[in-house]
Design a protein around this ligand. Structure first.
Ligand code: GLA
Length: 376
């Protein structure tokens, strides 16, 4: 199965945790379509942990849906999602139990992959809790990678071992299409900042067919729901979303998409930002820091049409002026080119800069541009 672009969709965990149901998935699927998320490129509706009974079916040994949450079973949910032209995702775990203490797939990998395929599942998130201590984690991802291929259905394999065991060094070999590279995100500014800073040096291992997953977005949660925490400001949400796009990370929304504010809706359907995320080359950004304020990052990402995405991020608590020194990105002053920019987040006249660009960036906020070289 070819996965050329970072997967995009919505996942139940961040907001709903165990409070999931057939009705919630149907309503969210309707909201997905109604909000134009499909038109913007989002594709997967993913049910995370807590969907199953607490034990396997004693007769068949298969996983079974919790009848109180999903009275018509998971195939009915998959059919509904497919009926709207979307793809359906589910969750299991490489260990004996899932993180929320439901049955995991350990030693049942092939049976479970076959079950998921028979329900019409298109995406499997595969967690890492309750892994037997004496078994190598990579072996368990190899097993599920093979089991999914043997299932006869195209199922996107979304590994989730939180970055442990140097996952970037072996995950591509297991057949996974994306892999969680950090611990869980929470809806506060420190959490997304920590995640993104921890991944900057590792993004060269993220590429088409297997993308570094920086976790589901908290954009739009405003502190509500399972990982709600303190919540974030709008400035933080646009920084988070833009950073994920600069890193070619999967864009899995985690807020309640039935109730997105106009601001969040505009942000998560911003075609220019999504174009940056989905760029076919998926190159890691070049990262520079302000000479005496290390909380200010300037990122430049090569895009497949010869243009660039240029982002200024203020991960600190004070308003500041951020700088892009073009020679640091490979454009010396004597090269004979200036840089023309178009702001893709805020209204601002297009402009041309020589040698460097300096812009005010409020605390927690960012500025995002598409840039081109122009001959002097
Ligand atoms: C782990 C994962 C989360 C979520 C929960 C479910 O913590 O990292 O993304 O799937 O398990 O229990």
């Amino acid at each position: 199965m070819l996965v050329h672009r970072p997967p995009m969709g919505w996942n139940t965990w961040n907001t709903f945790g165990t409070n999931i149901s057939d009705q919630l998935i149907r309503e969210s699927t309707d909201a997905f379509i109604g909000a134009g998320l499909k038109d913007a490129g989002y594709e997967y509706v993913v049910v995370d942990d807590c969907w199953s009974k607490k034990v396997r079916d004693p007769e068949t040994d298969r996983l079974a849906a919790d009848p109180a949450k999903f009275p018509d079973g998971m195939k009915a949910v998959a059919d509904y999602v497919h009926g709207k032209g979307l793809k359906f995702g589910m969750y299991s775990c490489a260990g004996q139990r899932t993180c929320a203490d439901y049955p995991g797939s350990f030693d049942h990998e092939f049976l479970d992959a076959e079950t998921f395929a028979s329900w019409g599942v298109d995406f499997l998130k595969y967690d890492f809790c309750y892994k037997p201590a004496d078994i190598n984690g990579s072996l368990l991802y190899r097993r599920m990678g093979m089991a999914l291929r043997a299932s006869g259905r195209d199922i996107l394999f979304s590994a989730c071992n939180w970055g442990s065991d140097d996952v970037w060094s072996w995950i591509r070999s297991t057949g996974a299409h994306m892999y969680r590279s950090t611990g869980d995100i929470f809806d506060n500014p420190e959490s997304y900042r920590k995640i993104v800073l921890s991944q900057m040096e590792k993004l060269s291992a993220s590429a088409p067919q297997c993308f570094n997953d920086m976790d589901m977005l908290t954009v739009g949660m405003y502190g509500k729901g399972l990982v709600g925490n303190t919540g974030c400001s709008d400035a933080d949400y646009r920084s988070q979303f833009a950073l994920w796009c600069m890193c070619s990370a999967p864009l899995m929304l985690g807020c309640d998409i039935r109730f997105m504010s106009p601001f969040i809706h505009r942000l998560v359907t911003n075609r220019d930002l999504i174009r940056v995320d989905q760029d076919a080359e998926a190159r890691p950004p070049i990262v520079t820091r302000h000479p005496w304020n290390e909380k200010l990052l300037t990122l430049l990402k090569h895009l497949d049409d010869g243009s660039y995405a240029l982002g200024f991020f203020n991960l600190g608590e004070e308003d500041w002026e951020a700088t892009a020194t073009f020679s640091d990105f490979g454009l010396p002053a004597h090269a004979g080119y200036d840089v023309s920019v178009r702001n893709i987040l805020d209204r601002e006249p297009d402009a041309v800069f020589r040698e460097y660009m300096r812009v005010p960036v409020p605390a927690h906020d960012c500025r995002m541009y598409l840039a081109n070289l122009v001959r002097r």
